[in-house]
Design a protein around this ligand. Structure first.
Ligand code: N5H
Length: 258
């Protein structure tokens, strides 16, 4: 069986720039024949996303729309718009997270209620909100993929409130997989290694983490957006049809180490 996503319509949420893992996923899917719909968070992001999408070669139909995941009304509007234009969809790549920068360093103990809820809202609950809005417009065989990080399973210095949000996201993947499985919809996450994206910018000691990663990971190298993209392609394709509720680590094997 080929990795085939021809004729599949997939919503990619969370492209910020060309370094985004979401963009690695989008390009892998696009090259494998998918029709893509992009959602962005706010006006600040729109221009960059449109430029990237316009640069995709191959002339396939694309669609770019806003979706602020903190608003149920906006999520509903976004998916109603997609439904009107495309009818049913086959997949969602949820690549969205946010936490206050000040809470991504020092002690987790310093997290305040507002920051905790903000991280949970955008980085974890948004997956459930989106799955809820899209449920009735997903074809059987549909696939939802979200992005997580090892800091959701273990303590990784500085990841703090985001680690707690990722733990919640990973548990949500399992509960959603159980809810949507009877409709033939699968829900999985990819736990990516330390990739330099916009979200890594200016928070914690990213370079030190990268160095340890390169020295200790079984493959002794970083992973790339393209590698995460290829795993996502697998998760959106029928090749992964027996997999749901799973978290696949695309991290050069780093997660097996003590
Ligand atoms: C242990 C580490 C290093 C510490 C990095 C933490 C990264 C957390 C992810 C969140 C999403 C970062 C975040 O929200 C930063 C914002 O406060 C400030 N940034 C922004 O506002 C930018 C402009 C926008 C686009 O950001 C968002 N999110 O919209 C983890 C690393 C080794 C691995 C890593 C980088 C993981 C990850 O989750 O991204």
């Amino acid at each position: 069986m080929n990795v085939n996503v021809d004729n599949k319509t997939i919503v990619v949420m969370g492209v910020a720039n060309k370094r985004s893992i979401a963009w690695g996923i989008a390009t892998a899917l696009y090259q494998a024949g998918a029709r893509l719909i992009f959602t962005y968070a706010g006006e600040r992001m729109e221009k960059g996303v449109r430029e990237l999408v316009d640069g995709l070669e191959g002339g396939k139909d694309t669609y770019v729309i806003p979706c602020d995941v903190t608003s149920d009304t906006e999520i509903e509007k976004c998916f109603a718009d997609i439904r009107e234009k495309y009818g049913k969809i086959d997949g969602i790549a949820h690549c969205i997270a946010f936490a206050n920068k000040e809470e991504l360093k020092g002690e987790y103990l310093n997290t305040n209620r507002e920051g905790f809820l903000l991280a949970q809202n955008i980085s974890a609950y948004s997956l459930t909100a989106v799955a809820k809005a899209a449920r009735d417009m997903m074809n059987e065989g549909g696939s939802i993929v979200t992005l997580t990080y090892l800091g959701g399973e273990r303590v990784v210095q500085n990841y703090n409130v985001m680690g707690v949000a990722k733990a919640s996201l990973e548990a949500s993947v399992k509960y959603l997989a159980n809810d949507l499985g009877p409709s033939g919809i699968r829900v999985n996450s990819i736990s990516a290694g330390a990739i330099r994206t916009l979200s890594a910018k200016g928070v914690g000691d990213f370079n030190a983490i990268r160095k340890v990663f390169e020295e200790r990971a079984p493959l002794r190298r970083q992973v790339t957006q393209e590698e995460v993209g290829d795993t996502a392609l697998f998760l959106f394709s029928p090749l992964s049809r027996g997999i749901t509720g799973e978290n696949i680590h695309v991290d050069s094997g780093f997660h097996i180490l003590s």
